[in-house]
Design a protein around this ligand. Structure first.
Ligand SMILES: NC(=O)c1ccc[n+]([C@@H]2O[C@H](COP(=O)([O-])OP(=O)(O)OC[C@H]3O[C@@H](n4cnc5c(N)ncnc54)[C@H](OP(=O)(O)O)[C@@H]3O)[C@@H](O)[C@H]2O)c1
Length: 187
């Protein structure tokens, strides 16, 4: 298999919440954080669970979506598209991304719950391909039943942390953006 770098991205609330099982939308509305997500992911290959795809308003432009589902005959609600591919396991998702990636393209894991856990597991067979983890912290508390994974500093040392963004006037929210770099060796 051709190697493909794999990054991970998520946004969590101050109390570590990512979202709600079965809900079809993000818990907060913060356009600046969505812009940040877009800047990191644009032109790359997203790996996500079927529920996360279905929580989106549509296919995200200029990004190939590899959707994980156990359904053999899954058809996305957005219809047939060259920008949606299906895989039935985390390993198959990585192998598919590697086979489809063009020069400079990365795979970026975009949730949800179980999908993050497979890729954050130090025992994951493709852990050696992991690169950066982008975490946004929304500076407010939200209720939800999907919690963010713990970031083990032995495997994920912090690379950078921005100052809080300007407060969004409409909803009084701001966020902090952090970047971690995967380190496969225990320090
Ligand atoms: N805050 C954030 O950064 C963030 C990021 C992503 C998502 N979210 C939120 O999280 C929610 C969705 O996340 P979720 O955890 O409920 O669902 P999800 O992880 O997006 O999707 C779950 C589905 O993935 C498939 N799947 C899981 N493990 C699999 C495996 N080993 N092999 C093949 N397919 C597998 C299954 O699909 P089938 O049932 O079709 O078999 C499963 O039902 C939404 O509300 C979304 O807004 C938040």
């Amino acid at each position: 298999m051709k190697n493909i770098p794999i990054d991970i991205i998520w946004a969590e609330s101050q109390n570590g919440v990512l979202g709600n099982k079965g809900a079809n939308k993000l818990l907060w509305r913060l356009p600046k954080e969505l812009k940040h997500f877009k800047e990191i992911t644009l032109g790359h290959i997203l790996i996500m669970g079927r529920s996360t795809l279905e929580s989106l308003p549509g296919i995200l432009p200029n990004r190939l979506h590899i959707i994980m589902t156990r359904q053999k005959d899954y058809v996305s609600p957005f219809g047939e598209s060259d920008m949606i591919k299906i895989s039935h396991s985390p390993e198959a998702a990585v192998e598919l991304a590697a086979s489809l990636a063009s020069e400079g393209q990365r795979a970026i894991v975009a949730g949800g719950d179980d999908i993050y856990r497979y890729f954050m597991d130090p025992g994951f067979i493709y852990a050696r391909l992991l690169g950066k983890l982008y975490r946004s912290i929304i500076l407010a508390e939200f209720q939800g039943d999907i919690s963010a994974c713990e970031i083990n500093p032995m495997y994920w040392p912090l690379l950078s942390k921005d100052a809080p963004s300007e407060i969004d006037e409409k909803n009084n929210l701001s966020f902090i953006s952090e970047v971690y770099q995967h380190s496969p060796t225990i320090i």
